[in-house]
Design a protein around this ligand. Structure first.
Ligand SMILES: [Zn+2]
Ligand SMILES: [Zn+2]
Length: 203
């Protein structure tokens, strides 16, 4: 998998960065050595004076996702249950399809238990979102629109703090396909702890 690298510059000064700063593997360390994927978005850190990945602690998007996951799980479970009775059982729902449904159910259950852990984290969280580079709290979200598909420059409405220029975005034409060997580990209060070497398929 690869993601496009979007250049971020300023209309007034030499500022340069890219939206790929949010890419990578980030996790919270929970009690009992459990890990939880860290939700993040692009933000402006006044301490780092640049765009950084910042924690996304918004409850709304989390709640909407939780509802979506539970209703999808119910649907898949229902489908599978139906396949074992009535007319479909006569036609013997294909083995492959049943296996697929079972895999989907396992997947959604895992997502739901992660979401529940995330809900607990949000509920017990004291500090506001932090910059995932310096762990500072002097951050604001930096919502940037989609970059144009061609190489043209789009002037965003985001004002470059302390400069007054506007941030611009453009597609660099490059794609990022990095297999991050390490996970950046954070406390449940969003403070950076360390990098851990963890194989790609596990936390
Ligand atoms: Zn500037
Ligand atoms: Zn920072």
């Amino acid at each position: 998998m690869s993601t496009p690298v979007v250049k971020v510059q300023c209309t007034q000064c030499e500022f340069r960065s890219s939206t790929s700063v949010v890419e990578g593997r980030f996790a919270y360390e929970l009690p009992g050595d459990a890990r939880l994927s860290l939700r993040r978005r692009l933000g402006w850190c006044f301490d780092c004076a640049t765009i950084r990945p910042v924690e996304d602690l918004t409850r709304d998007s989390f709640e909407a996702e939780f509802t979506r996951l539970t209703s999808t799980l119910a649907k898949v479970e229902n489908e599978l249950a139906k396949s074992k009775t009535g007319i479909r059982a006569l036609f013997r729902w294909s083995e492959t399809r049943t296996k697929q449904s079972e895999r989907n159910i396992a997947f959604f259950r895992k997502q739901i238990s992660e979401a529940a852990l995330y809900g607990n984290l949000l509920a017990s969280r004291h500090s506001p979102p932090r910059c995932l580079q310096c762990s500072g709290q002097n951050v604001i979200p930096c919502e940037l629109p989609q970059a144009p598909k061609d190489t043209s420059l789009l002037v965003t409405r985001f004002v470059h703090p302390d400069c007054g220029g506007y941030l611009t975005i453009s597609d660099s034409g490059m794609r990022l396909a990095v297999n991050y060997p390490t996970v950046r580990i954070y406390s449940s209060e969003g403070v950076y702890l360390r990098d851990d070497d963890v194989p790609r398929d596990q936390w």
